[in-house]
Design a protein around this ligand. Structure first.
Ligand SMILES: C[S@@+](CC[C@H](N)C(=O)[O-])C[C@H]1O[C@@H](n2cnc3c(N)ncnc32)[C@H](O)[C@@H]1O
Length: 256
């Protein structure tokens, strides 16, 4: 099926297509990749109302189609040397993701030399009153947010002291899409790890909060490519981007 390419600007686009087909065309071109993969935590779809396609972490006897490790490999190929991966996770994915990155990309949390898995960060949700948000489901403690893993490809001179752990409210998007993440944590991280004129890639983009954050930070001076195989995800991205208020100068505002 031919891919649909929606151009926000010449250098900012949302591609409706499979990451398996699109990511290889970006080889050695991404400065930062923000990945919120459609990982197949067992029974995820049943429990969490996820309607889009999910996939196994790694290939096995029962799996078919692309896996999370396939996507991680494609991300590594697409990153420039020193480029960063920022990957959302959950309780199930986190240990698997870290183990894979340590083995395949390296472990700079241990060696401080070269590249690979660097740090666990996360997003903590709070209520309007500033209390820990307990609204996420869970009878054995609620989540109150989600872990985020940071890794870089090889040595990097992109450094920042921005906190890997961000506190915010749950995403306020009023559209129909699963696992919608807040925009402002991406603003904090990308302000530190991405520079004007560089290229942000958002595979499995959904409403693409990372791309919206980059646009809020850098306006037209940032290149981004979002990829999602669902045409409806593009519609949800357009709706979410439109919901972000414009400043007097016509740029996206810095807050949701
Ligand atoms: C966890 S959701 C991302 C949600 C996003 N972070 C947000 O805030 O809106 C994962 C997305 O991956 C997409 N997806 C699943 N398999 C894909 C594939 N093979 N290629 C491209 N996108 C895929 C799904 O359609 C879904 O939108």
């Amino acid at each position: 099926m031919p891919e649909t390419i929606h151009e926000v600007r010449d250098n900012q686009r949302y591609i409706v297509g499979d990451v398996e087909d699109v990511l290889p065309t970006l080889e050695l071109n991404a400065d930062v990749i923000c990945l919120d993969d459609a990982w197949a935590r067992p029974q995820r779809a049943d429990w969490f109302g996820v309607e889009y396609e999910t996939h196994d972490f790694s290939s096995g006897a029962d799996s078919d189609g692309i896996t999370t490790t396939d996507i991680l490999d494609l991300c590594k190929d697409s990153l420039v040397e020193g480029g960063w991966l920022i990957a959302d996770a959950d309780d199930w994915l986190l240990p698997r993701l870290i183990n894979y990155l340590r083995k395949d990309w390296g472990d700079v949390a241990a060696s401080y030399d070269g590249g690979g898995y660097r740090r666990i960060g996360g997003v903590t949700f709070q209520t309007k009153a500033g209390e820990p948000d307990k609204s996420t489901p869970g009878m054995y403690l609620s989540n109150g947010g989600y872990p985020v893993v940071f890794a870089h490809k090889g040595e990097t001179d992109r450094r920042t002291s921005v906190s890997a752990r961000q506190i915010t409210r749950q995403a306020s998007f009023d559209g129909d899409w699963g696992s919608v993440k807040p925009i402002d944590p991406y603003q904090a991280w990308l302000a530190g790890l991405l520079n004007e004129g560089e290229h942000l890639v958002v595979p499995c983009a959904g409403t693409a909060p990372a791309a919206i954050a980059a646009e809020q930070l850098f306006g037209e001076d940032i290149q981004y490519t979002c990829i999602d195989k669902e045409p409806k995800a593009l519609e949800m991205f357009k709706k979410r981007r439109d919901e972000v208020k414009l400043t007097d100068e016509g740029e996206l505002s810095t807050f949701e």
